[in-house]
Design a protein around this ligand. Structure first.
Ligand SMILES: Nc1ncnc2c1ncn2[C@@H]1O[C@H](COP(=O)(O)OP(=O)(O)OP(=O)(O)O)[C@@H](O)[C@H]1O
Length: 324
């Protein structure tokens, strides 16, 4: 098990980058770290791998301290692998040789098998004899992931692993890496901006904001009960209504000084609903995302057919409240 206990971090002469981070990851679990740009996601995975020294608190893997460069000649935990955003492939050797770089030569058929399996996991098997300089950014990224996978680490840390990939490939790769992690019982920790990576492909999600841990829970809990409106904002479209609007418009009482978070699928167009003017319509492929306005109150909802008439009548079927 990996334990992060009251961890804080700052660079010399900088402000605190991370503060009071405290969570655990079980063996074989997949954790996504989600947060806006600059929230400290990369720094956190670098610390877990041992590329930085913690300023305060501790990191424990299998009840042993994970220490940084001050205590290790070669930084980086031996049972973990980290794939940073800038991947350092060697251009002078082939893709296959890069993937096999950290593998033992003791059993060459096994080494070959591991290389092929790792390349297959990232859909790069046909590039085994190609040199990295001939690859696109996304292909290089996949080779870097394969190189880490081939070593069969106990913990794999991926920093924005799908950032260079188009949607169809991203979808396929996320599934394959999930399957690989589950089949090998590897603990997988990845950073992402993409809510779909986090909701569909994690056991747990950790939300960071400005170096602080805002929430850690499973995807369903994060989506159904976001800690605050920042968490909801990372998850896609939502509307935020204050207690006065909830009472005056919908007749629903919520505590004063709290906000109702309403997802678009929780707003229904219904006869005898409340009238909202349509102010924006966006085609999403399978339906439309529509913005309704009543005075200064905005409510987003989905419509199967493009709404032709305004106003429309709306009702709220579900909501949750947050304090900020
Ligand atoms: N070497 C450094 N020295 C000082 N500050 C740094 C250094 N590296 C990163 N930072 C700062 O640490 C904060 C967190 O950066 P980090 O890269 O961990 O965020 P992130 O959430 O991964 O961002 P992104 O999603 O944009 O990659 C940022 O404010 C950044 O400016």
């Amino acid at each position: 098990m990996l334990k992060i206990h009251q961890l804080s971090f700052q660079y010399p002469s900088s402000k605190k980058i991370l503060e009071g981070i405290d969570f655990e990851v079980n063996k074989g679990e997949i954790l996504s770290i989600l947060g806006e740009s600059g929230s400290g996601k990369s720094t956190l995975v670098r610390l877990i791998y041992g590329l930085e020294d913690v300023s305060d608190g501790e990191i424990l893997y299998q009840d042993q301290f994970v220490t940084g460069p001050k205590h290790n000649l070669v930084p980086g935990h031996p049972l973990m692998k980290f794939v940073p955003q800038e991947f350092d492939l060697l251009n002078s050797i082939t893709v296959g040789e890069n993937v096999g770089k950290y593998l033992s030569n003791f059993n060459l058929p096994l080494k070959k098998e591991n290389i092929e399996l790792a390349l297959e996991t990232v859909n790069m098997q046909e590039f085994i004899h190609v040199f990295p300089s001939q690859l696109s950014g996304g292909q290089r990224q996949r080779v870097a992931i394969a190189r880490a996978i081939a070593t069969q680490p106990e913990v794999l840390l991926l920093d924005e692993p799908y950032s260079h990939l188009d949607q169809p490939l991203k979808f396929e790769l996320r599934k394959k890496i999930w399957n690989w992690a589950k089949a090998t019982n590897c603990t997988l920790i990845l950073t992402t901006h993409d809510v779909n990576d986090a909701l569909g492909f994690s056991d747990q999600i950790l939300i960071l904001k400005e170096g602080n841990q805002i929430q850690k829970a499973n995807p369903e809990t994060i989506r159904n009960f976001p800690q605050n409106s920042y968490v909801a904002s990372l998850l896609g479209e939502f509307s935020q209504l204050n207690s006065t609007d909830m009472k005056d418009i919908f007749g629903i009482e919520i505590p004063e000084n709290e906000w109702a978070i309403v997802y678009p699928e929780e707003v229904e167009m219904k006869n005898q609903g409340i009238e909202f003017d349509i102010t924006d319509v966006r085609f999403r492929g399978r339906d439309y995302l529509v913005e309704g306005m009543r005075g200064s109150t905005k409510l987003a909802f989905y419509a199967n057919l493009k709404p032709e008439n305004s106003p429309v009548q709306l009702r709220i079927s579900n909501y949750r409240t947050v304090k900020d």
